[in-house]
Design a protein around this ligand. Structure first.
Ligand SMILES: *[C@@H]1O[C@H](CO)[C@@H](O)[C@H](O)[C@H]1NC(C)=O
Ligand SMILES: *[C@@H]1O[C@H](CO)[C@@H](O)[C@H](O)[C@H]1NC(C)=O
Ligand SMILES: *[C@@H]1O[C@H](CO)[C@@H](O)[C@H](O)[C@H]1NC(C)=O
Ligand SMILES: *[C@@H]1O[C@H](CO)[C@@H](O)[C@H](O)[C@H]1NC(C)=O
Ligand SMILES: *[C@@H]1O[C@H](CO)[C@@H](O)[C@H](O)[C@H]1NC(C)=O
Ligand SMILES: *[C@@H]1O[C@H](CO)[C@@H](O)[C@H](O)[C@H]1NC(C)=O
Ligand SMILES: *[C@@H]1O[C@H](CO)[C@@H](O)[C@H](O)[C@H]1NC(C)=O
Ligand SMILES: *[C@@H]1O[C@H](CO)[C@@H](O)[C@H](O)[C@H]1NC(C)=O
Ligand SMILES: *[C@@H]1O[C@H](CO)[C@@H](O)[C@H](O)[C@H]1NC(C)=O
Ligand SMILES: *[C@@H]1O[C@H](CO)[C@@H](O)[C@H](O)[C@H]1NC(C)=O
Ligand SMILES: *[C@@H]1O[C@H](CO)[C@@H](O)[C@H](O)[C@H]1NC(C)=O
Ligand SMILES: *[C@@H]1O[C@H](CO)[C@@H](O)[C@H](O)[C@H]1NC(C)=O
Ligand SMILES: [Ca+2]
Length: 589
């Protein structure tokens, strides 16, 4: 017994696993355990930049990403590195490392959203909860809070390609390989599992890693990815262009009434009248916005923030949210219904060829939201900010927030898409469909997308999965190849959910909060998630868990059965997920 204890003590005397957080969470211990330049060609670590502090009993708000937790102990570490041969090149990394007794040989890389390459340090807590070292990067953009657009243009007409490629894929790749090595050094671990978690732009960032570096992750959680960006970002302008081309600018309340009618009509198509449209495919086949014509709407006046009755809006409100709107009282017009239906149908060029698809019916009309001009007493459309950034900065290389849609047609949008496709295929487009290296290495992808996403069309995730299926299993029938792909890459459409979160307009819908845990079980214990665990986070059914079906299976409820059945859709419903984007001769992956 005594000799066993001695052996144990000898083996672990210097091992981090036997040590306390206070022992290892010091600047010198971290500096001693940084990866060396020899580990990675061209990366030069700055040991003098290391910060490290132990954090005890911290709590973490998981928001829409994970279940909130308390009592977390971890080491909070930052340091920077540069690239050989480059001047003024500083990339900063931020990692949380679990206390040694909680480390479970895992690493978790996290991504950003919008134009950001990270989601802030609060996203790292998800790693600690799961015994993983978790990391994020500043992408070399000058600070953890900077976005790529803060540094994308060196001058008008000159793109900062280092920043572009960092955002495209290099920044997160380097944060990951450095973080995995740091974890091995810090805990003296010989092998670790490696994971990714991100939604929206963070989802795009995850896909690019999986596509480009097939052996880097054992598994990735990828939510509503902003892939196919040459299309995706321009498509944000489609709703506004439809309005300008039809010369009709619906008051927001009119579109809200059409949305309410859509939800009311389509809710029961899934067999469960709960205010959630779980079958937007059936909704697309059956709901006609013309049926709203003549229905009345009323929305009370809303003041902007601050300004009370009679006071002018403050300067800060201009161009921001919270603008003043008058009371809207009217009935849905034929023009309003036509705008809504055109938006749902997607973008077509002047020759009638489909350019891109839209959001599912039951998604809020976010890009179509008009503003009120109190001088002219008229509603007008301002082009979607993310679309404007793409066209101005990424395509035209000018730093400007404004873009008039006056003379912009669907054909103009088509030209912008083709330009972006040429320019950003290797960085932002992110649709490389051959994932053989990842698959051969045993990688797993757990992807999800709100079925009522108003920012990234749900169909986008469906057609990317289908592209991978077609490219990787060309000789199989649809069902055979779907079965193959579902063994390692599953796509869950979340009923009623919006963009990377549940939706206020369909509050009884589920939202997945245990996705990373599900992925870990799949990777480490081979537990394939037949369905995805969702939680109802709002009102009536709050706290209930509800299972989410994997595509192409679709949810159905029958009788008074409270649990879902995942059924194979009929042909017409299935076809709605595969629009014929025939405006271009190339396949649209
Ligand atoms: C690291 O672990 C190996 C066994 O995997 C062991 O031989 C070595 O002594 C350990 N090093 C330290 C510093 O604990
Ligand atoms: C840990 O934090 C909680 C609040 O989240 C507090 O109630 C508790 O007393 C703390 N425990 C210790 C040991 O500090
Ligand atoms: C983590 O370290 C950074 C950089 O030193 C610091 O700004 C931040 O406040 C620290 N966070 C915690 C929770 O200690
Ligand atoms: C490095 O950055 C500093 C400050 O931003 C700037 O003044 C200097 O010109 C830059 N040097 C090079 C070689 O780019
Ligand atoms: C839409 O439905 C919501 C929720 O029932 C309601 O609060 C809102 O007033 C409705 N809006 C319109 C324009 O009918
Ligand atoms: C809606 O009604 C208009 C006439 O107001 C008609 O031109 C149009 O085809 C109808 N749309 C659908 C989808 O039925
Ligand atoms: C809306 O307009 C109708 C018809 O003009 C009127 O009867 C109704 O009272 C108005 N509703 C509100 C809340 O102002
Ligand atoms: C509002 O209307 C006035 C009067 O027609 C016009 O001069 C002004 O440019 C409009 N403002 C916006 C933001 O469209
Ligand atoms: C749109 O085209 C008209 C006619 O060619 C032109 O007068 C106007 O300046 C254009 N508007 C913008 C914003 O380019
Ligand atoms: C598909 O079938 C063709 C023709 O039989 C064959 O050459 C090819 O290798 C097959 N591809 C795969 C991925 O099995
Ligand atoms: C499903 O999510 C709920 C939280 O809503 C959680 O309590 C439960 O453990 C999860 N079930 C599984 C199998 O992960
Ligand atoms: C569902 O439950 C209600 C109330 O308990 C009952 O009246 C109804 O017959 C049930 N419907 C079916 C299909 O079982
Ligand atoms: Ca329903």
């Amino acid at each position: 017994m005594a000799s066993f204890k001695l052996l144990w003590a000898l083996l672990f005397a210097t091992s981090a696993l036997a040590q306390s957080l206070a022992d290892v969470c010091t600047v010198s211990y971290v500096a001693d355990n940084l990866p060396s330049a020899a580990d990675f060609n061209g990366l030069i670590f700055d040991a003098s930049s290391v910060t490290a502090n132990a954090v005890y009993n911290a709590s973490a708000n998981g928001q829409n990403n994970f279940v909130s937790a308390t009592g977390l102990n971890y080491c909070n570490v930052t340091f920077s590195y540069s690239h050989a041969g480059r001047t003024n090149d500083t990339y900063s990394l931020w990692y949380y490392l679990p206390e040694p007794s909680s480390f479970q040989n895992r690493f978790l890389a996290t991504g950003g959203g919008g134009e950001a390459i990270n989601s802030g340090a609060s996203s790292l807590a998800q790693g600690i909860i799961n015994g993983a070292v978790a990391g994020l990067t500043d992408g070399g953009f000058g600070s953890f809070n900077n976005e790529v657009t803060d540094v994308l243009l060196l001058a008008k007409g000159t793109i900062n390609y280092e920043a572009l490629y960092s955002f495209g894929y290099k920044g997160i790749h380097e944060m990951t390989i450095v973080g995995k090595q740091l974890a091995k050094n810090f805990y003296n671990a010989s092998s670790i599992y490696s994971y990714y978690f991100g939604c929206s732009e963070g989802g795009r960032e995850g896909w690019r890693q999986v596509q480009r570096y097939g052996k880097q992750f054992d598994g990735a959680v990828i939510g509503a990815p902003a892939i196919r960006q040459a299309y995706q970002q321009v498509n944000h302008l489609s709703s506004g262009v439809i309005e300008t081309q039809m010369n009709y600018y619906p008051p927001p309340c009119e579109l809200e009434r059409i949305l309410n009618d859509t939800i009311a009509f389509c809710d029961p198509l899934d067999g469960k009248p709960d205010g959630v449209v779980s079958r937007t495919d059936l909704c697309r086949l059956q709901f006609n916005a013309n049926s709203s014509i003549g229905n009345s709407y009323y929305c009370a006046a809303s003041g902007g923030m601050g300004g009370g009755m009679g006071r002018p809006p403050s300067k800060r409100q201009i161009g921001g949210g919270g603008a003043t709107t008058p009371a809207q009282n009217g009935t849905v017009t034929a023009e309003g219904a036509a705008v809504a239906q055109s938006i749902v149908n997607g973008l077509f060029d002047s020759e009638g060829r489909q350019i891109y698809m839209s959001y599912q019916p039951s998604a809020t009309f976010s890009d179509a939201q008009t503003s009120y001009n109190s001088t002219s007493d008229e509603w007008y459309i301002t082009a979607s900010g993310i679309g404007v950034t793409w066209v101005n900065m990424f395509l035209d290389e000018v730093d400007s927030d404004s873009l008039s849609l006056d003379n912009v047609t669907a054909d103009t949008l088509r030209e912008w898409i083709l330009e972006g496709l040429q320019k950003y295929s290797s960085t932002m487009q992110t649709v490389w469909p051959d994932l053989e290296e990842f698959h051969d290495a045993g990688g797993k992808v757990l992807s999800y997308h709100g079925e009522s996403d108003f920012s990234i069309p749900t169909i986008s995730s469906v057609i990317y999965q289908d592209s991978v299926r077609e490219v990787m299993y060309p000789n199989m029938t649809y069902n055979e190849s779907m079965a193959q792909i579902n063994d390692w890459y599953r796509l869950f459409l979340v009923p009623g959910a919006g963009h990377c979160g549940p939706s206020d307009t369909q509050p009884n819908g589920p939202w997945p909060l245990t996705t990373l845990e599900t992925l870990i079980q799949w990777v480490e214990d081979d537990v394939k998630p037949e369905t995805l665990n969702g939680t109802v986070t709002e009102v009536d059914e709050e706290g209930d868990s509800q299972q989410i079906c994997a595509f192409p299976l679709r949810p159905h409820w029958s009788g008074n059965n409270t649990s879902v059945t995942c059924i194979y859709p009929d042909e017409a419903a299935l076809d709605t997920w595969f629009p014929d984007l025939n405006f271009i001769h190339l396949p649209v992956y």
